[in-house]
Design a protein around this ligand. Structure first.
Ligand code: ADP
Length: 183
């Protein structure tokens, strides 16, 4: 059973939903950088004030800030973890590698949730989060294609990538993931 997992995929692919479900069922840590950042905004912390405008525009928060959050939340003592929304570019992938070496918990599997662009745009518009306006979605999808998508190849070369068809119903996807992480 794999304990150190990562979810990769476009905004709206369903990473958060699947990661939440899986982490609850296995008592794993669910580390969503997006969620952690939104919490900072909600609590109006210094960090929250720094990232608010960037997030609402759909742009990426700077690597150093996100790394700090990851380090704070990825503690050595855990029953397993699921990373969701991190890394989002190659520099973050390299930083993550260093963090994982330091805690001696190497990544075991990367689930790439694949979904057609028109489906994810529809899903995001329905979700209606504060950063889910048409313009912001366009920015996020563009940034995803340019900076995050190269990570698919990166993890493929490390033989960590598992492809998941994310254009199916929630339960089918989650049983697919469960089956693949049990190997
Ligand atoms: P989605 O998957 O729908 O894009 P997230 O909750 O993962 O939503 O992220 C929301 C926002 O938080 C992103 O658009 C970005 O501004 C910021 N964010 C989250 N994770 C990162 C990260 N690893 N690096 C930089 N910015 C991030």
């Amino acid at each position: 059973m794999k304990k150190h997992l990562l979810f990769l995929g476009a905004p709206g692919a369903g990473k958060g939903t699947q990661a939440e479900l899986l982490s609850k069922n296995n008592s794993y840590l669910h580390l969503s950088t997006g969620e952690l950042l939104r919490k900072e905004i909600e609590l109006n912390t210094n960090l929250g004030k720094q990232v608010k405008d960037i997030i609402n525009k759909g742009e990426l928060v700077n690597d150093e800030l996100v790394l700090k959050i990851v380090k704070q939340n990825l503690t050595k003592n855990n029953n397993g973890w699921i990373l969701d929304g991190y890394p989002r570019n190659l520099s973050q992938a390299n930083s993550l590698n260093e963090v994982l070496i330091a805690i001696n918990q190497p990544l075991e599997i990367v689930f790439y949730l694949d979904i057609p662009e028109e489906v994810l745009i529809k899903r995001l518009l329905l979700r209606g989060r504060k950063d889910d306006t048409e313009e912001t979605i366009r920015t996020r999808v563009d940034i995803y294609k340019k900076t995050t998508e190269p990570l698919i190849q990166y993890f493929k070369e490390l033989s960590l990538l598992e492809y998941i068809d994310a254009d199916r119903d929630l339960k089918t996807i989650s049983s697919d993931i469960k089956r693949k992480m049990a190997v």
